[in-house]
Ligand binder design. Structure first.
Ligand code: E4P
Length: 217
């Protein structure tokens, strides 16, 4: 399973890159707004440090403007994935861009039918939002499972990019289901390393190291 980092924070991306934990990056208008940076400039900078796909989202609602925005974003770098919303205008834009060989990430997916449409439109990635479904008492992980079944039934090549990941458990559950990619905030990726038995075990070892005066260097 690939790890994408759901952030526009360059320092956080660089930090995780050093551990081999960044196969790509996703952003959205809220993430860009929070960064306070210019979308074109920050996206260019991210593309210069990350080899994998970097998702940058269009801001228009109609197909013609979305397409123009998508083409402009795609010119930033070869590893741009243009992110479009799961609307009919977004699907039309997805079809045109993917026919031109441009990677497309169809976002704001909340149902298996929407994922089926995105695959038919040639999406490179479909982004089902787990956390936002959980927020309204639906089962986000069940949606990932349903999409996996449907895509495997027909051999669709669209990659399932599980999004709106809120905790480390979402990561391992997505890996068990077979999501192709998870995009998560840096703190969630870091939290995957946490285990109380690791902390306790290390404390015990350190006490014995001190008592016995064990040294290697
Ligand atoms: C990723 O592509 C999405 O924009 C992101 O994961 C949304 O996460 P949120 O529901 O926590 O805002």
């Amino acid at each position: 399973m690939k790890f994408f980092v759901d952030t526009a924070d360059i320092d956080q991306i660089k930090e995780l890159l050093a551990y081999g934990m960044v196969d790509g990056v996703t952003t959205n208008p809220s993430i860009i707004a929070k960064s306070g940076l210019d979308i074109l400039e920050v996206t260019k900078e991210i593309c210069s440090i990350v080899d994998g796909p970097v998702s940058a989202e269009v801001v228009a609602l109609d197909h013609e403007t979305m397409l123009a925005e998508g083409l402009k974003l795609a010119k930033i770098a070869d590893n741009i994935a243009v992110k479009v919303p799961l609307t009919w205008a977004g699907l039309q834009t997805c079809k045109v861009l993917s026919d031109q060989g441009i990677m497309v990430n169809v976002t704001l997916c909340f149902s298996a039918n929407q994922a089926l449409l995105a695959a038919k439109a040639g999406a490179t990635f479909i982004s089902p939002f787990i956390g936002r479904l959980d927020d309204i008492n639906l089962d986000g992980l069940e949606l990932i499972d349903d999409i996996r079944t449907i895509y495997d039934n027909y051999g669709f090549e669209t990659q399932i990019l599980a999004a709106s990941i809120r905790n480390a458990n979402h990561m391992s559950e997505c890996a068990k289901i077979g999501a192709d990619v998870c995009t998560a905030p840096p703190n969630v990726i870091k939290a995957m390393a946490n285990h109380v038995l690791t902390d306790n075990g290390l404390a015990g070892f350190m006490a014995d190291i001190k008592k016995a005066g064990i040294k290697i260097l």
